[in-house]
Design a protein around this ligand. Structure first.
Ligand SMILES: [Zn+2]
Length: 174
């Protein structure tokens, strides 16, 4: 083969590899940006507190059942604890596990009760949620598996996390 043509081909391949490399790096970077937060990694472990579907329907109100057991979302701003500033603790409406404290609650202006940290990290489980077509981190009660809401990385210091929780999934005790 002509040496010149050989070099040209080699350069072309090198350039293609370089462009491909940049492309892959950009993709990695975008994936990194969109990477869902897995804060207290825990996937599909057996729950300590279990009930049959029939029993859940009896224990919970229809709204609590829709949120906790069917991963529903309640309407913003009109829910029970969105503006609650009382001192007290928030428990799981499904199994009564202690989840959040008023001390970590903040006004996120999103219309849902928001916390920058749960009281104990092992009381919250997380899993990847692709229901809206992009990755979000779903949060649920680690004791009964009841769906609570989602966690986002746009909260205040010191954690910069925002646990966006449905009021119907919680019971507040002053
Ligand atoms: Zn629970």
């Amino acid at each position: 083969m002509d040496l010149k043509i050989g070099n040209k081909k080699e350069n072309l391949i090198k350039r293609r590899c370089f462009i491909l490399g940049i492309g892959l790096l950009a993709t990695d970077f975008l994936l990194l940006l969109n990477r869902p937060l897995l804060v207290a990694g825990e996937i599909n472990r057996p729950y300590e507190f279990t009930r049959s579907d029939e029993q859940w329907r009896q224990i919970l109100t229809p709204e609590q059942y829709r949120i906790l057991r069917q991963e529903g979302t309640e309407a913003p701003f009109v829910n029970k604890y969105c503006d609650n500033k009382e001192k007290g603790k928030y428990y799981c409406a499904g199994c009564d596990q202690l989840l959040f404290s008023w001390r970590q609650k903040f006004d996120s202006q999103t219309g849902w009760p928001s916390f920058w940290q749960p009281m104990f990290s092992d009381s919250i489980g997380t899993r990847l949620d692709m229901k809206l077509g992009y990755p979000r981190t779903e949060v649920h009660c680690s004791r009964c598996g009841g769906h609570l809401g989602h966690v986002f990385n746009d909260g205040p210091a010191p954690t910069y996390l925002r646990y966006c929780i449905n009021s119907a999934a919680l019971n507040f005790k002053p």
